[in-house]
Design a protein around this ligand. Structure first.
Ligand SMILES: NC(=O)c1ccc[n+]([C@@H]2O[C@H](COP(=O)([O-])OP(=O)(O)OC[C@H]3O[C@@H](n4cnc5c(N)ncnc54)[C@H](OP(=O)(O)O)[C@@H]3O)[C@@H](O)[C@H]2O)c1
Length: 237
């Protein structure tokens, strides 16, 4: 039975990935910070909850000791999905907010990769999939920290893929366009309609459409694919 750990799996894209991998028969370890949202998901999918702030290494390492290594000695698939956005002018951004975006979106990818890699290297196989954003490629006004964090995720993906390929481990990322989750709740209905009109396919993506790419990248169909940033944006950028 294959094991998968998904960060930020209580809702949105992470939840859709958890549902897809559950259907594929993975033993799941699902991360989030809040029992009230994560616990019902874990009960429904028969998954192990892993409670921690993924941006804080000591917190994540303690959670792995408590909630993961007790049940398995390795993770076959890591999906680094947890992330937060920040919309606002850079000069008005509090330095603490900068740190929060970078630690949640980028340092977390280091933290969880660092924790699972020894087991993957022992197995001489494994896959890491990072959920990135098109803004990491183009940059978005009012989202400088977010764009920088996702650009960092893309570079991390390419570099780590080269480093661990000799151990049979693949590392890829998905650069999402606008996906219909609570992350876009700051937009009112009119703003959402205007934004959808700018997208070639004329609509936001659905979390399930990202989950199906995770399924592909995780599976044998993608056994020769590594170091790639796969864009899924409905022809937006
Ligand atoms: N939606 C989009 O348009 C879009 C576009 C491009 C890329 N993405 C990326 O897709 C990923 C998922 O986004 P989403 O739209 O599904 O967002 P979402 O609905 O807001 O879900 C975010 C998830 O991450 C968790 N999370 C946040 N901070 C965390 C932390 N420090 N430690 C552990 N868990 C944390 C949240 O759980 P708790 O808050 O309960 O802990 C939640 O489960 C993110 O990396 C995001 O940048 C999204």
């Amino acid at each position: 039975m294959k094991t998968a750990l998904i960060s930020g799996a209580s809702r949105g894209i992470g939840l859709a990935i958890a549902e897809a991998l559950s259907a594929d028969g993975y033993t799941l370890f699902l991360n989030g910070r809040h029992p009230e949202t994560l616990e019902p998901v874990c009960q429904r999918l028969g998954a192990h909850p892993v409670y921690c702030d993924v941006g804080i290494y000591a917190d994540a390492a303690a959670a792995f000791d408590r909630d993961v290594w007790h049940y398995t000695d390795h993770i076959d698939l890591l999906v680094n999905n947890a992330g937060i956005s920040y919309v606002g002018l850079l000069q008005e951004m509090d330095p603490a907010e900068w740190d929060r975006v970078i630690s949640t979106n980028l340092t977390s990818v280091f933290n969880l990769s660092h924790l699972v890699l020894p087991g993957m290297i022992r197995q001489q196989k494994g896959a890491i999939i990072n959920i990135s954003s098109i803004w990491g490629q183009t940059g978005a006004s009012m989202e400088v920290a977010y764009s920088a964090s996702k650009g960092g995720v893309d570079a991390f993906t390419r570099a780590l893929a080269r480093e661990v390929a000799p151990s049979g481990i693949r590392v890829n990322a998905i650069a999402c366009g606008v996906i219909d989750t609570t992350m876009n709740d700051h937009l009112d209905p009119e703003e959402k309609a205007d934004l959808a009109n700018e997208i070639g396919l004329g609509r936001f993506g659905q979390p399930e459409e990202i989950a199906s790419i995770v399924r592909f990248l995780a599976g044998d169909a993608a056994s020769y694919v590594t170091g790639q940033i796969l864009t899924a944006d409905g022809a937006f950028i």
